[in-house]
Design a protein around this ligand. Structure first.
Ligand code: 13P
Length: 247
């Protein structure tokens, strides 16, 4: 019942010259039965949305405020105006680089949902937290703090991205992914009820590549992936999308 989602996060990568990758993906996956999403830097949002065809476009962050004197910030309505339908919020790189707290992420998610965007809220433990066997406590706290109250399966996606697996080539084991995804599902059902809790899509992120994607997509409660490095080139992202289409 949950529509699978293959999402690419370009992070701070991509110029106009890279838009050919999007055209290649759109041509290869025009008839896809799953949702495909690319989140480019804000400077490419509008240009990408003009050529992305069946591929949805998303931002990588938004402000919690609607408008006003906030130099350099971009509101959720501005993302939507540029063609976005999703926004990634609370990515561990923003939590680390910009000190974003769970409360900040929740306020941003509230603003995103109010503007009609689907919020992809990211959670994930550091290596120290995992080694101290605190993973589920950390994830539980991030979920409770970062997700606003009025969510549905249409306006919320949760991405589990263990910090130690991002950009490192160290992918979490299928057991680790399964344990955390089952936990996230249970927490969502407990807080929002079974109907909403079961309809929110859960993505795994952290060194997802063409050669490990199919195994990751076989794990229960994994509804797709949030892919960093391997989403930059159609030749890498396309086989990951295909693996999800066939899951
Ligand atoms: P990598 O796929 O490059 O590890 O990045 C994952 C990520 O952070 C996606 O948001």
């Amino acid at each position: 019942m949950r529509r699978r989602l293959a999402a690419g996060n370009w992070k701070m990568n991509g110029l106009g010259a890279d838009l050919g990758e999007v055209e290649a993906l759109a041509a290869a996956h025009g008839e896809s039965g799953i949702d495909i999403l690319l989140c480019p830097p804000a400077t490419l949002l509008e240009r990408m949305s003009r050529i992305s065809g069946p591929i949805a476009i998303g931002g990588q962050d938004c402000a919690s405020k609607e408008h006003g004197a906030h130099t350099g910030d971009i509101s959720a309505a501005m993302l939507k105006d540029a063609g976005a339908s999703y926004v990634i919020l609370g990515h561990s790189e923003r939590r680390a680089d910009h000190g974003e707290s769970d409360t900040d992420v929740r306020e941003k998610a509230r603003a995103a949902i109010a503007a009609g965007l689907c919020a992809i809220v990211c959670v994930g433990e550091s290596l120290e937290e995992r080694e101290a066997a605190n993973t589920l406590d950390i994830i539980g706290g991030q979920l409770a703090g970062s997700i606003p109250d009025l969510v549905t399966g249409e306006n919320l996606v949760v991405a589990y991205e263990p910090v130690w697996a991002i950009g490192t080539g160290k992918v979490a084991t299928l057991e680790q992914i399964g344990e955390v995804h089952d936990f996230i599902r249970a927490r969502l059902e407990r807080r929002f009820g079974a109907g909403v809790g079961r309809s929110v899509r859960l993505l795994y992120g952290g060194s997802v590549k063409p050669d490990n994607a199919a195994a990751i997509f076989s794990v229960p409660n994994v509804d797709g992936a949030l892919v960093g490095g391997a989403s930059l080139k159609a030749a890498d992202f396309s086989p990951i999308i295909t693996a999800l289409e066939q899951a």
